[in-house]
Design a binder for this molecule. Structure first.
Ligand SMILES: *Cc1c(COP(=O)(O)O)cnc(C)c1O
Length: 212
């Protein structure tokens, strides 16, 4: 199975369910060769979960393919915020007040407003990052007052459970706001996520194969 064939197969499955879903190809831990295979097969949007790794790979790739759009999908430490604002086109993992403060300052400093998604801890799992479902409305207001561009919501539902009730809950929170983006669904559950209103799915292994 090649990256190209995997991509085509995934795109077909997505399009069967909805014409308005953006595929974010999650290229974390993947080498530049595989990423270029995806770019050359027409893939435009990618997700990485670590700032340092993304910088090492994407500064080069973007020189050749400036249209590629890079999303941060993993936890962001505040001391990496400057780099993140510089290299990412969307930050999907805005998950705490302190980070909102730092990103707001950094974006003003760089004169670059990177759209953000609020990461919701939809299963209210103690070990997981994200804003609790009850706190989303206040958090969004706080971020917007700080000048951040909040485009929507992102989540990773609890592992080993039926994700559907969590996806449905995300959709309900989204509807309270005038958001355009709902990022949910990975290799194992993207079809369910699309049926629950996802506008962005983040897919890694089903495109690139297992990560080392
Ligand atoms: C790794 C990762 C994905 C992709 O997961 P796959 O199961 O490989 O499709 C999606 N979202 C986040 C936040 C991730 O960390």
């Amino acid at each position: 199975m090649s990256v190209k064939n995997n991509l085509l197969a995934i795109r077909r499955k997505i399009e069967k369910l909805s014409k308005n879903v953006e595929l974010v190809a999650v290229s974390k831990f993947q080498g530049i060769d595989k990423i270029l295979e995806a770019v050359e097969a027409g893939q435009k949007v990618f997700g990485e979960n670590r700032v340092q790794e993304a910088k090492e790979k994407w500064v080069e790739i973007k020189k050749k393919y400036p249209d590629a759009e890079l999303h941060l999908i993993g936890a962001l430490q505040t001391n990496k915020a400057a780099d993140a604002v510089e290299i990412f086109d969307v930050i999907e993992s805005l998950d705490r007040l302190k980070l909102a403060d730092v990103l707001s300052k950094e974006m003003q400093k760089q004169g670059r407003r990177v759209p953000c998604l609020v990461q919701v801890n939809i299963g209210s799992e103690p070990q997981k990052a994200g804003i609790s479902p009850e706190a989303v409305d206040d958090f969004v207001r706080y971020c917007e007052e700080k000048g951040l561009l909040i485009r929507g919501l992102m989540c990773v539902p609890p592992e080993g459970e039926n994700p559907m009730p969590y996806f449905e809950k995300m959709q309900m929170i989204l509807e309270r706001h005038k958001f355009v983006t709902l990022s949910m669904g990975m290799s194992g559950d993207f079809e369910c996520a699309i049926n629950c209103g996802a506008t962005h799915v983040r897919i890694g292994t089903a495109i690139f194969g297992k990560r080392d």
